[in-house]
Design a protein around this ligand. Structure first.
Ligand code: ADP
Ligand code: MG
Length: 317
């Protein structure tokens, strides 16, 4: 769907921000770009919708070089969400959401309908919020509007640059959950930038870990956790002994509810075993003292692992 072929970006001052990048984002995939500040994530993202021109190589979307698309058509077909979204302060929420569909000439009643549908999708009641101005919303709600605005014209591609990093932890978690749901129902091809490994593990189909404009490792969350390529990856994820056991009980997705699953794990499970099972199954049952206590799924397990690795990293400092 999106293909980077030997992409290099050299800024006029000589900084090589992206260095011969080879990367393919699959159709419908949720790819997370992660890495330390300055490693080239934003530059990589902005070259996709031509906010930044590349120096050499080629980026293809749907098999065609991006610079062969008319610019407005390209931008309309790519939703873009920033860390601090800028809603138009004098426009209502409904008007803000439907900026792009309006430019595309959608009829008025369809704009209204679309805004209501999108507000409902992220749990905001249209009768309460559609007519409000941005200042009458909390930071978290405004950021939600930023996300649905990017989806308004039903683009094929969604680019998100640290969209939740300015939010408090609770709002952040809520928006991540929203996005997980949207991801399942809409299946947009998404490139999501973050510097937060916990967020990456929770959301990604694949994670692309970058350093100094290059890819260090590209793989599924379980591959990065299970088979980190080198010490850089390991340190980014947090050290973790795979034979170490963790307690699944606090992380159960469904407490006490029996999932129709042939697979059952002990609640005190070696990390390696947990990853092996979740690499192949979306969820598994959990047993404690021979009694079924609930179900663990991939998202909740990764959240638990990320929390633990975060704690360990913190203790080392
Ligand atoms: P990230 O988003 O991963 O933090 P960026 O893509 O913003 O990284 O930046 C990558 C590198 O390019 C950094 O070294 C940054 O200082 C440099 N850079 C970014 N924008 C410019 C610019 N307009 N001119 C010169 N250097 C830049
Ligand atoms: Mg950036």
């Amino acid at each position: 769907m999106i293909k980077f072929d030997q992409i290099t970006k050299k800024y006029p001052d000589g900084t090589v921000a992206v260095d011969r990048l080879e990367l393919e984002v699959r159709k419908g995939e949720f790819l997370v770009l992660i890495g330390p500040s300055g490693c080239g994530k934003t530059t990589t993202l902005k070259m996709i919708n031509r906010l930044i021109p590349y120096s050499s190589g080629e980026i293809f979307i749907g098999g065609k070089p991006v610079d062969t698309y008319p610019l407005d058509q390209l931008r309309w077909n790519i939703g873009y969400v920033l860390q601090q979204i800028a809603l138009f302060p004098h426009m209502t929420i409904e008007e803000n959401i439907t900026v792009v569909p309006e430019m595309k000439g959608w009829p008025k009643d369809k704009l209204k309908e679309r805004a209501a549908e999108l507000l409902e999708m992220v749990g905001l009641d249209p009768s309460t919020y559609a007519a409000r101005k941005p200042a009458e919303l909390s930071g978290g709600q405004q950021q939600r509007i930023g996300v649905i605005r990017a989806l308004a014209a039903d683009p094929d591609i969604l680019l998100m640059d640290e969209p939740f990093s300015a939010l408090d932890p609770v709002s952040r978690e809520k928006l991540q959950d929203d996005l997980l749901r949207l991801k399942k129902t809409l299946g947009k091809t998404t490139v999501f930038v973050t510097h937060d490994m916990q967020e990456a593990l929770k959301l990604a189909d694949r994670i692309c870990l970058m350093r100094e404009g290059r890819i260090v490792q590209l793989g599924t969350p379980e591959e990065l956790l299970h088979r980190p390529q080198d010490d850089f990856v390991r340190s980014f994820i947090g050290s973790r002994d795979a034979e170490q056991r963790i307690d699944l009980a606090p992380a159960l997705a469904l407490n006490g509810i029996a999932a129709p699953s042939a697979l059952t794990l002990p609640s005190h499970v070696p990390v390696r075993r947990l990853l092996e099972v979740l690499a192949n199954h979306e969820r598994a049952g959990v047993e404690k003292d021979g009694r079924f206590i609930g179900t663990i799924d991939r998202a909740s397990a990764f959240r638990l692992l990320a929390e633990l690795s975060g704690k360990e990293a913190g203790e080392d400092e």
